[in-house]
Design a protein around this ligand. Structure first.
Ligand code: MN
Length: 253
């Protein structure tokens, strides 16, 4: 795929959300501790006698913006690896896209079920062994507005996700190494109340797999044929990291 780059037959698509103090972050109810968002504080900007440079300090949670969930993020994966130890062949790997954006437009609580993935496989072939399943919901269209992105009402957040059965199936039966989403987390807004709370986190991270969140531009990818490049910071024993995520995709999907 790399040697097709100069010919223009392969396109590089940025799947990463811009990282700023405006980037939406998850809001947990009490008594849970919330994450800080992303912030910059200026150290200097060409502004003293010998100030040839501009630089900032950053503060961010690990789980801010487009980011990776490492297996050790969840209690079920507590003995699994941190974000610094993810094998590189899992970070540069094939990816496929399942598109449920029409369904999610009608139902923000839409859940991906095993039969949806089986139907997708009928049409597109098997899920990639050692690769990623990217779940397109259309939610990236809301990503510059925290209120619309989190979509909270008096019952809590309403954003699409994955059913308990499907999360278990993706963790144990599917050959993928990770699941990528456009929403603030891999689990649905209503996932705290499921029979297994937060099933994507519970099952996938417990199985040593990964989550990848707040992706954009999945609409520009074909169902199959993308190579994904996921680049989290190697935070030693970290539970996750903001990541630059790029796709190499055949042009004109
Ligand atoms: Mn996370």
């Amino acid at each position: 795929m790399m040697h097709a780059l100069p010919t223009g037959d392969v396109e590089i698509i940025d799947l990463t959300a811009p990282l700023s103090s405006e980037t939406p972050i998850i809001q947990l109810p009490p008594p849970f501790v919330n994450t800080p968002g992303f912030s910059l504080s200026e150290l200097s900007r060409y502004d003293d006698d010998r100030g040839f440079w501009y630089w900032n300090a950053i503060e961010t949670g690990e789980h801010v913006g487009t980011h990776v969930d490492a297996p050790n993020h969840w209690i079920t994966g507590r003995d699994q690896i941190g974000v610094d130890r993810i094998p590189l062949e899992h970070l540069v790997a094939p990816a496929v896209v399942i598109d449920k954006s029409a369904e999610c437009a009608d139902d923000p609580d839409f859940l991906l079920e095993v039969p949806h993935v089986e139907d997708w496989q009928e049409e597109n072939g098997p899920l990639p062994d050692g690769g990623w399943l990217l779940f397109r919901t259309g939610w990236d269209e809301r990503s510059d507005d925290q209120e619309r992105f989190l979509n909270v009402d008096e019952d809590g957040p309403h954003t699409p996700g994955v059913s308990v059965e499907c999360a278990q199936w993706l963790a144990t039966t599917a050959p993928i190494v990770g699941m990528g989403v456009e929403t603030v987390g891999t689990d649905a807004g209503i996932a705290g109340g499921m029979s297994t709370p937060f099933p994507c986190h519970h099952h996938l991270l417990g199985a040593g797999k990964y989550g990848l969140t707040q992706l954009q531009n999945l609409a520009k990818l074909p169902a199959v044929g993308t190579t994904l490049i996921v680049a989290p910071l190697p935070i030693v024993d970290g539970s996750g990291s903001p990541a630059r995520v790029l796709a190499l995709a055949p042009r004109g999907k």
